[in-house]
Design a protein around this ligand. Structure first.
Ligand SMILES: Nc1ncnc2c1ncn2[C@@H]1O[C@H](COP(=O)(O)OP(=O)(O)O)[C@@H](O)[C@H]1O
Ligand SMILES: [Mg+2]
Length: 510
């Protein structure tokens, strides 16, 4: 089921129909009897729930495919939510992983889903699931977001009891008096400011990405609670994202969207492809020092053309709804060999999901307005300054620390896919170059000049070879009956061979 969700997310970010389903869909499943969950608790904590807590309500408040959540009181009287992982979850997941990897391999082999690379999606899914299975990671993520939220009174995150939690038991503050976003359609509450909170959803995930550098990336409606006083609660920190170092170009793309400025979007989108495109161009043209100059000229031209075309493509979609716009921007950039980093895709996906949720619960919601609320509070310079200062970086390193072992198997899988993507990008790049050379005469002439320069080196060789041949042939002619036309023919063939070598376009280096 989760894979289905991720697939849906990947295919077209989030269509309305999908989110509507999501809002109705409850991830509740029939709970397991208490004694089975108790067994897990005892294995983890070495004692029964009754001894560990002052009071433990054995009736679960929620039962999901992954866990069951209970209400309890710590010895000091604090009310907590206790999330206990279902028994055998790990084993069940691991079996599923194997089957998924195999199926994805087969599907990709026969290109069953031509639009998506299934192995990539599956490895990403597995990577997240492995994280989600370890509640200490989830609790630590929650703690980071909790720490950040301390400065923002409208963002509420349950306090995490890291020292009490373990890999299959998570203990955190119990949130009360709110309403789950998935219940908003059925339930009306006068003390909940839905419209205001809808805007805050998008504002806050912008703030998390650009100011905190760490964001909640699983905005499922059962993970979001609205409280009175326009407060927003996040639950479930299984899927989070960390913003990458290149924050500014991404922020500028969003600023371009907020101000409907296609030039601005195109210009900053290009920054994500500049390196790869530059590298490819270099491989294509630069073999000697002299060629470097021409390379600069050509890459400048190509940059100009790409940005121009990008802009035109963006113009066509800029007035579409946000989800379609985001999806299109991703597609358009890939057309020009521009690939956005994974963290940014994750964040865009989160925003698209929040946008769809907001539209559902608050008709008339306008994401452009929501983005502008963010830019009114934090302008570009302000974000740049905060990024340079590295606010919160210390907190992340302190909490995530060096004991954060990456999952190497999954990591390797992802890297393999990335590599494949790059080689695909190379092919596409050559096509693109040919396209531009055909379309723009200026580029064609620059490339021609470059070729001429390369050829220039060959005439000297050709002339000396012709003289050599001529000399040899004349010597042979003197002693034999071979005639002059034979001599001319040899000279001609020699010249042709040299010219062909000279005119051959430069080859791409590996
Ligand atoms: N701190 C909490 N306070 C109140 N209810 C909670 C809390 N944490 C979880 N729950 C309830 O348990 C459900 C499942 O918790 P969640 O962490 O989202 O599990 P899963 O990762 O399986 O989705 C939530 O949708 C909510 O109803
Ligand atoms: Mg959840």
């Amino acid at each position: 089921m989760r894979l289905g969700q991720i697939l849906a997310l990947r295919q077209d970010f989030l269509s309305y129909r999908y989110t509507q389903e999501l809002l109705k869909l409850s991830t509740q499943i029939p709970p397991l009897p208490y004694f089975q969950m108790q067994k897990v608790f005892i294995k983890e904590k070495g004692m029964a729930t009754e001894s560990f807590f002052a009071e433990f309500n054995s009736q679960p408040v929620a039962s999901t495919p992954l866990a069951q959540v209970y209400k309890a009181y710590l010895k000091d009287g604090t009310k907590v939510a206790v999330k206990i992982q279902r028994p055998e979850t790990k084993q069940v997941f691991e079996e599923d992983f194997k089957a998924m990897i195999f199926l994805a391999f087969i599907a990709d082999l026969f290109r069953i889903f031509s639009r998506v690379h299934l192995q990539e999606i599956v490895s990403e899914f597995i990577c997240w699931s492995k994280y989600e299975l370890d509640f200490t990671i989830e609790s630590r993520n929650g703690y980071i977001i909790y720490k950040h939220s301390e400065e923002h009174p409208r963002t509420v995150v349950p306090r995490q009891y890291l020292e009490l939690s373990s890999s299959r038991v998570l203990i955190q503050e119990f949130i009360e008096n709110g309403i789950f976003v998935n219940n908003l359609l059925q339930q009306k509450r006068d003390d909940i400011e839905i419209d205001k909170l809808s805007y805050y959803l998008v504002f806050d995930v912008m703030r998390q990405y650009f100011i905190d550098g760490f964001f909640h990336a699983d905005p499922h409606p059962t993970n979001l609670i609205f409280l009175p006083e326009a407060k927003l609660v996040y639950l479930d920190f299984g899927i989070v994202g960390k913003s990458e170092s290149k924050r500014m170009p991404y922020l500028k793309i969003l600023y371009g969207i907020a101000t409907k400025n296609a030039d601005y979007i195109a210009e900053h989108l290009f920054e994500f492809g500049e390196e790869l495109i530059g590298q490819e161009l270099k491989n294509f043209f630069v073999r000697t020092k002299k060629e470097r100059e021409n390379f600069e000229k050509i890459s400048g031209k190509i940059k100009e053309f790409i940005i121009k075309d990008l802009r035109e493509d963006i113009m066509k979609v800029i007035n579409k709804d946000m989800n379609i716009l985001i999806l299109n921007i991703k597609k358009i950039s890939e057309k020009y060999n521009i690939y956005l980093p994974r963290e940014i895709i994750l964040h865009l996906r989160t925003m698209a999901a929040l946008n769809a949720i907001a539209l559902e619960i608050s008709p008339g919601f306008d994401i452009i307005k929501a983005l502008n609320l963010f830019f009114n509070k934090y302008n570009l310079e302000e974000v740049e300054r905060l990024t340079k200062e590295g606010v919160h970086e210390e907190l992340h390193t302190e909490i995530i620390g060096i004991d954060d072992e990456p999952d190497w198997e999954t990591f390797k899988e992802i890297m393999a896919v990335e590599k494949e993507k790059k080689s695909g990008a190379r092919e596409k790049f050559i096509e693109m170059l040919a396209y531009y050379a055909e379309k723009y005469s200026e580029l064609r002439s620059t490339i021609k000049n470059l070729k001429l320069k390369i050829i220039m080196k060959y005439p000297y060789v050709a002339i000396s070879l012709i003289i050599l041949w001529a000399g040899t042939t004349v010597m042979i002619l003197k002693n034999s009956s071979i005639n002059v036309s034979y001599f001319l023919l040899v000279a001609l063939i020699g010249t042709i061979i040299i010219s062909v070598i000279g005119f051959r376009p430069p080859r791409i280096h590996k």
